[in-house]
Design a protein. Sequence first.
Length: 248
Amino acid sequence: MARKSKPKATKRKSKPRKTRDPIQFHPIRWLWRWTIRMALIAASVVVSLVAAHSVINPPQTFYMSQESKRLGEIDYTWVPLDAVDPVMARSLVAAEDANFCEHWGFDMKAIRIALEEGSGRGASTISQQVVKNVYLWHGRSWARKALEAGITPLVELLWSKRRIVEVYLNVAEFDEGVFGIDAASHHYFGVSPADLSPTQAARLAMVLPSPKKRSASRPTSRQRKRSAQILDGAATIRRDGRASCFED
């Protein structure tokens, strides 16, 4: 019996391989992606730095370094707020930001008044000044104001009000080359911050807007009047509770 022959296997035609299109480089898309990445990295660094400074004292500020180079040296020693008479903190707040305990970094009422008067005077809070002194640079520019506006709520969120006052008193300039409340107390009155009298504290707070033009130990008659106003203001915010957020 004859065997049936098996049909010959037909060879399948191989499909031509599809060639991948070469990857195209889109510079704008690449730049955008890296811009977002760098912004996120920068934001993470800022958040970490601000969080760390809620418990770790910040180093000398950029402005302190500039003045140190210009003058050769500066007078500066950090002291905790517990080593400062409470009247100094109250005088600072009365002079610079009486509603400090009632806002979240921006005094909207003061800002509205400043806008109506066409001036930014009086609108900057203690929190904003701390951000400027510790993290930014002095001078007027939109870039600095934008960064200040972004970091201020972060400081308010991560720091206590007491910590904000403590840092401010330790980085503020009270005379040429004199930084911080410890150096200022010894420089002007020869006493430690813990031994400041209410009048001395009011005079130190009085010089803060213009430390190179005012003197706590040799005030003019106009500066004496301003000191008296601060003295009354410090007593007032103690009575009405506006000092409660930064006092023990």
